[in-house]
Design a protein around this ligand. Structure first.
Ligand SMILES: Nc1ncnc2c1ncn2[C@@H]1O[C@H](COP(=O)(O)OP(=O)(O)OP(=O)(O)O)[C@@H](O)[C@H]1O
Length: 368
């Protein structure tokens, strides 16, 4: 059973918030909706939940239409579980009652309610907390209860809106593992909204990067990180080294590009004369040694450095082009002002494309 979006469009007044989004999410996959503030993540999640109408296109669950222009199936009929940023637990109900609430509404027999609550409390490792009230729980525990409450009706789809954003950094990381374990263990299709790239990359099988209501790129976390397709994707995923150039020649699977007077080997088969934006990922650059395969050796001077614990980040000056940043293991300590050689393997240099404002969103993404 796939969750399918076909040209989903939504306006608030005259503002276009979701712009012809097409996406197919396979059963059991965990998809992160990632993007900057205001790009439409929550609007899309709410449209999937039936909390927001759409004014164009269609959302369907397999062959069953959930939303279309003029029609919105109510959330209760969609068999979804939702987890919000603020947990939204009922303060006057204890853990058991919070979780049991939706089952009571559905008039489940008492025995069945007890069984299902026990099952989800086990899944989130909160057995023994049944009688506690939300104000007697830590943030992480409250979030587990919220997840248990969403799981208890055995939903087909779990929708999560920034569920970790109100937790501190340490707990967020711990809960990331927890959520992964729980949703993967339950095998539920999950759509997870976040603006935190680390969270999206670590949790999801597929990341859908949104930009101004459009899908900029939908890919596996590794591909999105290693091979961002556009300038926006590269920037959003933290790559600060982007050079402009023109293709000189194609050499098999690689191309030689002149970037402001500097010749750089990149991945990709490009046409000579073509303009190109080249992304060089900071973690792919070598200092004073070369990797196998094609690449570019350059003289550089260290301008600044920043210790990150596991790594050192260096800002280096090159001839002709703007300064670039690189990141190496913290064992490679180099003084500021040292002259070094840097090696840019073609593997780490990728050509990006711009997404133009008026282009058709041509790609119908399938994530499975
Ligand atoms: N009820 C509303 N009425 C009018 N405009 C809205 C409404 N809800 C959202 N918007 C606008 O729609 C756009 C998308 O909002 P949305 O909340 O979906 O973004 P987001 O990506 O989830 O952002 P954030 O990460 O900040 O939560 C924003 O420009 C927002 O101001």
């Amino acid at each position: 059973m796939n969750l399918v979006l076909e040209d989903v469009t939504k306006h608030y007044g005259s503002k276009l918030v979701l712009d012809r989004l097409s996406l197919s999410i396979s059963e059991g996959s965990c998809v992160a909706l990632l993007g900057p503030s205001g790009c439409g993540k929550t609007t899309l999640l709410n449209a999937l939940a039936g909390l927001t109408d759409i004014d164009g296109g269609k959302i369907r669950y397999d062959e069953l239409t959930w939303s279309a222009k003029g029609y919105t199936m109510v959330p209760e009929e969609r068999n979804i579980g939702m987890v919000f940023q603020d947990f939204a637990l009922w303060p006057h109900m204890n853990v058991f009652e919070n979780i049991a609430f939706s089952l009571r509404l559905k008039k489940y027999p008492v025995k069945k309610i007890k069984e299902q609550v026990a099952e989800v409390l086990e899944a989130v490792q909160m057995n023994g907390f049944e009688k506690r009230y939300p104000n007697q729980l830590s943030g992480g525990q409250r979030q587990r209860v919220a997840i248990a409450r969403a799981l208890v009706t055995h939903p087909s789809i779990m929708l999560m809106d920034e569920p970790l954003s109100s937790l501190d950094a340490q707990l967020r990381e711990k809960m990331r593992w927890e959520i992964m374990r729980i949703v993967r263990g339950a095998g539920i299709t999950t759509v997870y909204v976040t603006h935190d790239q680390a969270e999206a990359l670590s949790l999801a099988d597929h990341v859908v990067l949104l930009n101004r209501g459009r899908i900029e790129q939908a890919d596996s976390p590794t591909r999105l990180y290693r091979e961002p397709a556009t300038v926006f994707a590269a920037n959003f995923l933290g790559c600060s080294n982007i050079l402009h150039g023109r293709v000189i020649e194609r050499c098999g699977d690689h191309s030689l590009i002149n970037c402001q007077g500097l010749d750089i080997y990149t991945m990709g088969k490009l046409l000579p004369g073509q303009e190109a934006k080249v992304m060089i990922r900071s973690g792919d650059i070598f200092i004073n040694k070369q990797s196998q395969g094609p690449g570019t050796l350059l003289e550089a001077k260290v301008l600044q450095r920043s210790f990150q614990g596991v790594t050192w980040q260096y800002k280096v000056a090159l001839e002709k082009v703007p300064d670039i940043q690189l990141e190496v293991w913290s064992t490679q300590e180099i003084e500021v002002t040292d002259s070094i050689q840097i090696w840019l393997p073609a593997e780490g240099c990728r050509v990006l494309r711009e997404m133009s404002d008026d282009s058709e969103p041509a790609v119908d993404y399938k994530v499975s």
